[in-house]
Design a protein around this ligand. Sequence first.
Ligand code: DCP
Ligand code: CA
Ligand code: CA
Length: 374
Amino acid sequence: MKPVSEKQVSPRRVILLVDVDYFFAQCEEARNPSLRNKPVVVCVYSGRNGESGVVSTANYEARKHGVKSGISISLAKKRLMNVDAVFLPVDHEYYNRVSDEVMSILKKHADIFEQAGVDEAYLDVSKRVKGDFDRAVELAKKMKEEVKRSMGLTCSIGIGPNKLVAKIAADFQKPDGLTVVKPEEVQGFLSPLPVNRLIGVGVKTQGLMESLGIKTIGDLASYDVRKLIELFGEKLGVYFHNASRGIDNQPVKERGEASSISRISTLREDTRNLEAILKKTSELCDEIHAELLRRGLRAKQVGIIVITKDMAVHNRSKTLEQPTSDPEAIKKNVRGLFEKFLREPGLEARRVGVRVSGFVKEEGQKQLRAFIPS
Ligand code: DCP
Ligand code: CA
Ligand code: CA
């Protein structure tokens, strides 16, 4: 038994916020590289006519022309009138799949992982970097490379002593940014930034603060907290006071279980050779097996994902008689699904994946876990 005091020493917190750059538009570029270097505008068409609707997001090329989330499609078209721009409708199903893959890459590098949106997540890495911010920078670089290599996407990462600072740091340099703010640098980093960088300071609050002479986070930090409470009430006043000083104790929290686990990988070359495909999916099955074990789950459905040359996505799945977490059982079913799939003529796989779903908790897992020190 280790002495209690040694066990209780926990490293200082090191929190990352990873946010994918111009997410929907970058997803479009990833599946159609000819879009790169052109302004790309992803649109939510309201359906009434070709012009009505709003811009969901735009790549940085389009942003140079003043096109951004929330403006009308007709205004975007006007701003890009004389440019060779591309307007595309949103494809949420595709973005969600990309999101799942990005999240499963990031998750591997966290002690505690919290997805905070379709394209962003908080990672508590305190333990694995032993509270060391330089090691966290190395880890962040590795993650950026991995997301770039396997998904073709850039992201921006903020590193700080808490979620609040990590989030603001991630937005600080975009796209493809990496910003680290060590505990002793927090006040210097936040002070010159405009108050609206803080969550909860919208247009109205910003206007009110400005009338009080509060423009920057530094102004807010030196403003009398009692006056803030008078103006905004106890809860919000105290929040603004703490936030402006970079104080935030919210833990990174794992969300509820995802309803499926999937892994996808690119083949060395486009192929319809069963053994070449199974060699790749066998690795993916092992990764899925590890994730099932980690989460104490067994799966009732096993599926395959095949992305063909033309980027079309094919899904096939099968329900098992018994839920399983056994890698050999998963591999056997994956083989069966591919054998059947490849009977369809002409299809050449470019990327292949495995998905399991229909989870049941491994029996006795909870009680067992309680005795394993984490
Ligand atoms: N989104 C949307 N409408 C908005 C804001 C966002 O449909 N008003 C969607 C499209 C974005 C995605 O959510 O791609 C992620 O939003 P972000 O705020 O992270 O913005 P982006 O990823 O597009 O750009 P950035 O590079 O600034 O992160
Ligand atoms: Ca983003
Ligand atoms: Ca985001």
